[in-house]
Write a protein that binds this ligand. Structure first.
Ligand SMILES: NC(=O)c1ccc[n+]([C@@H]2O[C@H](COP(=O)([O-])OP(=O)(O)OC[C@H]3O[C@@H](n4cnc5c(N)ncnc54)[C@H](OP(=O)(O)O)[C@@H]3O)[C@@H](O)[C@H]2O)c1
Length: 406
């Protein structure tokens, strides 16, 4: 049982990491949309002066703790019903926080894309979270909400219209505009560094069912080479978030008791158009991603990349966030009758990684704090814990829409 009844805690939500690049955007969004009167929330981090400068004249309480001081974290997590954390790389800074939330029945959401770390957390704390009632939900940003909620939406529509789940769903990015923060690059580099030190980790990363406990399905390894997709009449290159998103969607299927079917298949890629230009675009994405992974996995070239790419605390400007967007198309195949196939469009009105991500994680924290969710304590995915809640909240509040293309 949680050590403090969660309903008696002073705050609904604490934003942990509020001084970071993404944390600041989350704070601005929450203050703009929910103020400091309608919602009881606070910001927290390790540096009070930095946090005060984030809060400025706004009436938002400030709390301090440190990622590696378990006592300070245990006190922190008992102050709130939900911890929203943007402190990453999560494998470096996040493990004690997850342990504390699982222990004290505090709901939790984050932005990690570090699938090996997620696997480690699930294995270590699943039972504790079930016992305490803590709902722990990783990947509440661009990875993996458009994928996970997009598939949930499309499967719901397929069930409602045709009474069966789609057997295969393809997710393809059509267009997006945005950039990367130093924190995201640091997290990617940390994963590459870990893989270089222990090559068995790379094998685990390649497991399409890494996040599932028991359910295995029909999916094979991720595709990196370009291919022509008849369904979209276009060339497809790799999508850099696919290695996390696909694992999350497959875990959702397991957590929903195989609601998508035991032989459900799911893959992601980037559309680059038809003809020679499309082929060259798809090849370019593949070569570019391979080159980046190669450079990031060797210590010398990794240090070189770190010198030229954004540093922790840096990222796209407010104008770049405002002018950014994303558009994804998902196609669902009916198991027997292709005239019953469905297409969904998922769009975001800010850059995917920061402007839209900040809104997605804030709405996830609000759903964990206030909505009537169908799950008890444990490690959940966004769709398995908050599928319907986010399908209501994201279009209404966060500029992220899910629509069937008729
Ligand atoms: N999934 C997605 O779509 C998505 C999108 C955006 C970001 N992310 C992830 O979110 C994470 C954050 O990215 P970012 O660009 O916001 O990073 P950032 O600007 O470097 O911020 C990191 C935050 O962690 C805090 N921190 C570092 N060490 C700490 C410690 N020992 N105790 C307490 N706080 C500590 C920093 O505090 P100080 O300010 O005191 O240094 C800062 O608030 C990364 O892992 C990134 O990959 C994911």
């Amino acid at each position: 049982m949680p050590s403090t009844e969660t309903t008696e805690r002073p705050f609904d939500i604490i934003v942990w990491g509020a001084s970071g690049f993404t944390g600041r955007i989350v704070v601005d969004y929450m203050h703009r949309e929910y103020g400091s009167g309608n919602l009881s929330w606070a910001v927290a981090g390790r540096n009070p002066a930095k946090l005060e400068s984030v809060v400025g004249q706004r009436d938002i309480p400030v709390l301090t703790a440190d990622s590696h001081d378990s006592d300070s974290l245990e006190k922190l997590v008992q102050q709130a019903r939900v911890i929203l954390t943007t402190v990453g790389p999560y494998a470096r800074y996040g493990s004690e926080l997850v342990a504390a939330c699982a222990q004290h029945g505090t709901h939790y959401c984050d932005l990690t894309g570090e699938s090996l770390w997620m696997r480690e957390m699930i294995t270590a704390h699943q039972q504790t979270a079930q016992d305490s009632g803590a709902r722990i939900v990783h990947t509440c940003g661009f990875d993996s909400i458009p994928s996970d909620i997009g598939v949930y939406f499309l499967q719901k529509e397929m069930q409602a219209r045709h009474g069966v789940p789609a057997r295969h769903i393809k997710y393809r990015t059509k267009a997006f505009k945005g950039g990367f923060s130093g924190g995201t690059i640091d997290s990617m580099m940390a994963m590459m560094e870990a893989g270089q030190k222990d090559p068995t980790l790379l094998k685990q990363l390649a497991n399409p069912y890494l996040l599932n406990d028991t359910l295995r399905g029909a999916d094979g390894p991720d595709r990196f080479s370009p291919y022509f997709d008849e369904d979209f009449d276009a060339w497809v290159g790799p999508f850099m978030m696919a290695a996390i998103n696909t694992r999350v969607v497959r875990r959702t299927n397991e957590l929903l008791n195989s609601a998508y079917g035991e032989d459900f298949r799911y893959d992601e890629g980037s559309l680059t158009g038809s003809g020679a230009k499309g082929f060259l675009g798809a090849t370019g994405i593949g070569v570019g991603s391979g080159l980046f992974a190669g450079l990031a996995s060797l210590p010398l070239t990794r240090r070189g990349l770190q010198k030229v790419l954004p540093k922790p605390g840096e990222g796209p400007t407010p104008e770049q966030q405002e002018n950014g967007f994303f558009e994804v198309e998902l196609r669902a195949k009916h198991p027997l009758d292709e005239s019953k196939n469905l297409i969904a469009s998922v769009k975001g009105d800010r850059d995917p990684g920061y402007g839209s991500t900040a809104k997605m994680i804030a709405e996830s924290a609000l759903a964990l704090a206030h909505d009537d969710l169908p799950v008890a304590g444990g490690f959940w995915t966004p769709a398995s814990a908050m599928g319907d809640a986010l399908l209501n909240r994201l279009p209404a509040n966060a500029g992220v829409t899910f629509e069937i293309v008729e």
